[in-house]
Design a protein around this ligand. Structure first.
Ligand SMILES: Cc1ncc(COP(=O)(O)O)c(C=O)c1O
Length: 343
């Protein structure tokens, strides 16, 4: 996309910074399918330690990292519980069923506002006539839930419920870094609440490629085989892992800037149907239910003025802040969107 655009469609549109490219260019590499890439090995050890787990596995995408984790936790014919808007059942093209033989059942879409008791009530124990629940998945932060942050108390309650029912708990933590920065919860504290996490380097952190599955040494050993089966074994992947290591060192704390810019955008469009208070991180959902413009019309008009936004539904649009935006771009976007929404 030309630089002339202010691109608010997603935090995946960022390009590697000069410092990141330098780290990639000079990375030590080896064949990671043989376990011989020192930069991948270092990244995996670093991320495992960040979340207080024994091991981690580098994967080409967040979707693959999620699906590897789900296959670790739920064997074919068994059940995963998650919310109806979860990435794993919305955007992963049926992978849990297609590759893992996993049956998914959902609670109504409530974003980060989960009622743990309602989830507890859905768990089906082992029995002859019903599909047994083996895992619960949550998303931190919640993508379709407008970047909402699940409170630590809710997660602790879900952990207790999962332990009581002897089911596993997975976190799709593509944007867990944003939750960490927004709520000040240490990553290790999140890590300890989950059996597995998938965490992403190519969303807010600005790396070009890469996610990791995090868990016990035994799980990650099995994860390595599942990744290979899914075609995710990469060779001199240290070039990519170097970008991830650079992102972890330089791009976590700065997420606060993205959150502040998202809050500015939310404030600007608030009079036209967005709840500013609901914006906690870098995603700004626009609810156009009561507006003359629908999401497509708004996106087309904004594009004509150099601002790109996402259409999530007929009356839902979304703005996302990220590393490749500056204050001038945000000011331009706020001016354009305010003018279009006010017309
Ligand atoms: C919450 C969440 N999980 C997982 C993913 C999947 O990541 P990828 O696009 O790398 O497969 C995304 C992508 O946007 C996401 O938002």
């Amino acid at each position: 996309m030309a630089d002339a655009f202010v691109d608010l469609r997603s935090d995946t549109v960022t390009r590697p910074t000069p410092g990141m490219r330098e780290a990639m260019a000079t990375a030590e590499v080896g064949d990671d399918v043989y376990g011989e890439d020192p930069t991948v090995n270092a990244l995996e050890a670093e991320v495992a330690a960040l979340f207080g787990h024994e091991a981690a596995l580098f994967a080409p995408s967040g979707s693959m990292a999620n699906q590897i984790a789900l296959q670790l936790l739920v064997s074919p014919g068994n059940e995963l519980l998650c919310d109806a808007d979860a990435h794993v059942v919305t955007y992963e093209i049926g992978a849990a069923a297609a590759y893992g033989g996993i049956s998914s059942r959902t609670w109504p879409a409530v974003g980060a506002d989960i009622d743990p008791e309602a989830v507890a009530g859905m768990i089906r124990p082992d029995g002859y006539f019903a599909v047994p629940t083996r895992a619960i998945a949550v998303e931190q932060t919640h993508n379709r839930g407008g970047g909402g942050v699940i409170p630590l108390a809710t997660l602790r309650e879900l952990r207790r419920i999962a332990d009581d029912a002897e089911v596993a708990l997975h976190c799709d933590g593509a944007r867990i870094w944003h939750a960490h920065v927004a709520d000040g919860v240490p990553l290790v504290e999140y890590g300890q609440l989950f059996d597995t996490l998938s965490v992403c380097l190519s969303k807010g952190l600005g790396a070009p490629v890469g996610s990791l599955v995090v868990g016990s040494a035994e799980k990650i050993e099995r994860a390595r085989l599942i990744r290979k089966r899914m075609g995710g074994g990469m060779r001199q992947a240290g070039i990519l892992a170097a970008a991830g290591r650079y992102a972890l060192a330089h791009h976590v704390d700065r997420l606060a800037e993205d959150h502040a810019r998202a809050a500015r955008l939310a404030e600007a469009v608030a009079p036209f149907g967005v709840l500013a208070a609901a914006v906690r991180t870098n995603l700004v959902p626009l609810d156009l239910t009561k507006h003359a413009l629908d999401a497509r019309a708004l996106a087309a008009a904004a594009r004509d003025e150099g601002v790109l936004i996402s259409v999530l539904g007929p009356r839902t649009a979304r703005l996302v802040t990220h590393l490749d935006l500056d204050d001038a771009g945000v000011t331009h976007a706020a001016t354009v969107l305010t003018r279009l929404l006010a017309a």
